[in-house]
Design a binder for this molecule. Structure first.
Ligand SMILES: Cc1ncc(COP(=O)(O)O)c(C=O)c1O
Length: 360
């Protein structure tokens, strides 16, 4: 049995440890997953009713074009319905883009460390991946520009970046895209958009008119709290969306996800509340790091990467034993760090108390 050569060096995506597994292994009653940057406050309470109502339609295929959701997102973002593509999570939009755009002799440019799915999907297409190290946790856009050559098809800017939470600002992004050749796609992955506090974070939507090579990614998995339903989307110019759409499976987003996303999209109050709580909780972690002298990246997202100066696995295991699943930085390119998704106030207080015990 032989699979594509390009698959041979790949391993499946390594998600955070599942809650049930940790409960069983450690005999814990309460386990909280703060490993995949999900929303600790769940989703808009209005979604429950929407899902209950959808029960009667389970036997019918979904609307593959996600028309209702498409219309609402288009209205909210002030773009055309034809400028959107929906995916089974923004993960799938990345996959669709890679399968539609990349071939064997091409390359992509990404930062490192960054979200691993850009690399993963490019490798499957047999495409070379040029990885440009972050500088102080931030994309080195000049070096990324230098890495672009005549075979480059896509450049990924994860903004804010996962796992650092750092961001590229408006001025830097504009100067960058201005210099990227027109035939190279710039993907601005904005999975944590709703959490961003920085006033100079780029407004990329208005840039779509000027740059037909710009693709923006957003998701309902993070602040909207719908990670398990798998729905995210890409925004780009109409011709590009039309060209990549055949790379999408016929019914790639399901009815429940589409309707839940539509309900969630209209609950601004829920998103505002989550944003405010996230910023309040972030300050607690920052204050802890300042007080105890730990390095951390100032995060615009709902997670924080902290360098606790001991092996990431040690901190990870200590928190795991207390029922908190976090991300060991060793697997993320930061061997003495952990990445913690911000939980609710009580969870964060307990984590910080535990982290204080590490300090000698
Ligand atoms: C930067 C970034 N992009 C995309 C995704 C994928 O999100 P989803 O497929 O749930 O929309 C994630 C998830 O962790 C992420 O961190």
């Amino acid at each position: 049995m032989r699979v594509k050569e390009t698959m041979l060096d790949l391993v499946p995506y390594q998600p955070g440890k599942p809650i049930e597994e940790v409960k069983r292994e450690l005999g814990l009653e309460e386990v909280v997953k703060l490993a995949s940057n999900e929303n600790p406050y769940g989703c808009s309470p209005k979604v429950k009713e929407t899902i209950e109502k959808s029960f009667q339609d389970l036997a019918i295929y979904p609307d593959g074009y996600a028309r209702q959701l498409r219309e609402s997102v288009a209205e909210k973002l002030e773009v055309n319905v034809t400028q959107l593509i929906f995916g089974n999570g923004s993960d799938e939009v990345i996959l669709i883009l890679c399968r539609s755009i990349l071939s064997k002799n091409d390359n992509i440019v990404t930062a490192t460390p960054t979200f691993p799915q850009y690399r993963h999907n490019a490798v499957i297409e047999g495409t070379e991946v040029k990885e440009v190290p972050l500088v102080d946790g931030v994309h080195d856009l000049d070096a990324m520009l230098d890495a672009i050559d005549e075979n480059t098809k896509m450049v990924f800017v994860c903004n804010p970046n996962n796992p650092t939470g750092t961001y590229v600002n408006e001025e830097q992004f504009k100067a960058f895209i201005e210099k990227v050749p027109e035939d190279v796609f710039v993907i601005s992955d904005e999975a944590y958009f709703e959490y961003v506090e920085a006033k100079d974070y780029p407004e990329t939507l208005p840039l779509l008119k000027q740059y037909p090579n710009l693709i923006i990614l957003r998701t309902f998995s993070k602040a909207y709290g719908l990670a398990s339903l798998r729905i995210g989307y890409g925004i780009a110019n109409e011709e590009l969306i039309k060209a990549v759409d055949p790379g999408r499976e016929p019914f790639n987003t399901n009815t429940i996800a589409q309707r839940a996303a539509l309900t969630a999209l209209n609950d601004d109050q829920f998103i505002n509340d989550c944003y405010n709580k996230n910023r309040t909780e972030m300050k607690k972690y920052e204050a802890f790091c300042e007080e105890f002298g730990y390095d951390y990246y100032r995060s615009q997202a709902n997670f924080i990467l902290i360098d606790l100066k001991v092996a990431g696995s040690e901190v990870f295991n200590r928190l795991l034993n207390k029922g908190f699943i976090t991300r060991n930085g060793e697997a993320l390119g930061f061997p003495t760090s952990v990445r913690i998704t911000l939980g609710n106030a009580d969870q964060n207080d307990r984590i910080i108390e535990e982290l204080k015990k590490l300090h000698i």
